[in-house]
Design a protein around this ligand. Structure first.
Ligand SMILES: NC(=O)c1ccc[n+]([C@@H]2O[C@H](COP(=O)([O-])OP(=O)(O)OC[C@H]3O[C@@H](n4cnc5c(N)ncnc54)[C@H](O)[C@@H]3O)[C@@H](O)[C@H]2O)c1
Ligand SMILES: O=P(O)(O)OC[C@@H](O)[C@@H](O)[C@H](O)[C@H](O)CO
Length: 442
């Protein structure tokens, strides 16, 4: 290709010449960056990848489906380490569909050959109401499967939620029972809800990333994703209709997922929330930048010390995990923007800060580290009008107060009980000043 020439668009024929397209046996809801870097990557690396194609549906807009369809579902994972990038073509997504096409979703879920549904719909979407939500669409599709007598199926939540399989089950059951009690019974008997802990830092792709792929790979890929080299997938639950041999790609199947879930949600995602809120208040833009600020870093370490007390010692290697996290967060070649992590704080902090705060207080300690995460969130909300949250209206109402009253009103959105503890409210209120304090240099 000579300089100035536009490279050709990526296609399945050029990416995987002579290879058969895997048949659809999985459906995914929430065709975002993470699905591509994680479940699609694991499926391609499974021992029996040739047997497992994914039909992936977008959430709110058709764009990602349209872009992927133009390149036959094929895309590049850019694995970005601290020293360089490597590029891998992924072909496991064989159909990309606009999420509003519920007819196609129902048709695929009603096919006996489809036996797994995976979800990356964001934490907030599990509580969202309305016919346009991904879970309402899934219930419509499961009704079609029941009518077709297509047999049992597994639903696998891959969102950062504690007990995500259970949360998905409750939400789906409630929606089904509200429309048709018989469907609720069928789901109870035929749908297995699998819990997972998922991990691979995958920031939003930038236009510069797409230019780099074109330059380095010689093709145009509008759906490329950038991810760190690290990846982890821990699963617990049944797959009554079968599944890809993901264990051959490194996935781990366990009986009790809770310790792994808590380790990841508290240590990784909890630290991310601290870095996001404290970092933005202190003028940083990315995780790596925030981590290099002592105020943010010491807030993370204090929270980790508390959280680690409530994780089992055996088998989790907490010191090693913490050290690895510092390396992963410090990878400044991954521009993980704090604004992305800061979204939907009420949903996230209930899972990242509150369990550790409660566990510390039960044992007679202050829970200062967890309280600092909440203080950082309040400092962030106080400093901006530009935030996204499912409780946006309640947050705006709470923000109309001043001083400790504002702190109490915002805390009440996370936990009304805690907001009634005036000593805790004062403590969280005072912590906000320390978070905003100017950086001191040695
Ligand atoms: N990006 C990561 O590093 C990462 C890592 C582990 C887990 N996750 C999980 O995956 C989820 C998605 O992350 P992503 O990076 O792919 O995000 P993304 O923004 O690229 O994609 C999210 C997908 O969900 C849809 N969606 C978002 N909010 C929705 C709503 N309220 N209702 C319906 N659909 C909605 C979007 O349209 C999109 O299809 C996260 O919320 C998290 O739970 C992400
Ligand atoms: O994806 P969210 O919005 O739940 O949380 C933001 C980040 O903490 C998260 O995406 C992590 O990068 C990810 O969980 C790492 O595996």
């Amino acid at each position: 290709m000579s300089a100035g020439q536009t490279p050709p668009r990526l296609s399945r024929a050029t990416a995987f010449p002579g290879q058969a397209t895997p048949p659809v046996r999985m459906v995914h809801l929430g065709l975002g960056a993470f699905h591509r870097s994680h479940q699609a990557w694991y499926t391609q690396h499974a021992g029996d990848a040739a047997d497992w194609g994914i039909a992936a549906f977008t959430g709110r807009r058709p764009d990602a489906a349209e872009i992927l369809t133009e390149q036959d579902g094929v895309f590049t994972v850019v694995e970005r380490s601290g020293v360089g990038d490597s590029f891998e073509l992924i072909g496991s997504i064989v159909e990309a569909v606009d999420g509003s096409d519920v007819r196609r979703l129902a048709g695929l879920v009603a096919a006996p050959s489809t036996v797994v549904v995976t979800l990356t719909i964001t934490e907030a979407a599990y509580a969202a109401a309305g016919a346009e939500t991904p879970l309402a669409r899934l219930v419509t599709a499961l009704a079609a499967r029941k009518d077709a007598d297509a047999g049992p199926i597994a639903v696998v939540s891959c969102d950062n939620l504690a007990e995500n399989g259970l949360v998905a089950r409750k939400a789906v059951q409630a929606l089904a029972e509200a429309t048709d009690p018989a469907l609720g019974e069928w789901i109870n008997a035929n749908v297995s809800f699998v819990s997972t802990s998922v991990d691979r830092i995958t920031p939003r792709t930038t236009p510069e990333d797409l230019v780099e792929v074109a330059e380095q790979c010689g093709y145009r890929d509008e759906a490329a994703v950038v991810a760190e080299p690290f990846h982890n997938w821990i699963l617990s639950g049944d797959f009554p209709g079968g599944r890809p041999r993901w264990e051959e790609a490194g996935a781990i199947f366990v009986e009790d997922i809770e310790p792994y879930e808590n380790r990841k949600l508290w240590l990784l995602n909890g630290a991310h929330s601290i870095l996001a809120y404290a970092g933005l208040v202190r003028g940083h833009a990315t995780v790596a930048e925030a981590l290099s600020d002592d105020v943010c870093r010491s807030a993370v370490e204090a929270f980790w010390d508390e959280a680690s007390r409530h994780l089992p010692d055996e088998g989790l290697d907490i010191p090693g995990y913490r050290k690895a996290l510092l390396d992963r967060f410090g990878n400044s070649r991954i521009a993980h923007h704090l604004t992305q992590i800061a979204m939907d704080g009420t949903t996230k902090l209930r899972m990242r800060a509150l369990p550790v705060l409660a566990a510390e207080r039960t044992q007679g300690r202050s829970g200062d580290g967890a309280a600092r995460m909440i203080a950082a969130w309040i400092a962030y909300l106080s400093a901006t009008e530009d935030f996204q949250d499912p409780l946006v209206d309640d947050i705006r109402t709470a923000k109309a107060h001043d001083g400790e009253q504002r702190t109490a009103a915002l805390l009440a959105l996370l936990s009304p009980g805690l907001a009634g503890d005036s000593a805790l409210v004062s403590h969280i209120h005072r912590q906000q000043d320390a978070i905003a304090a100017p950086r001191t240099h040695a």
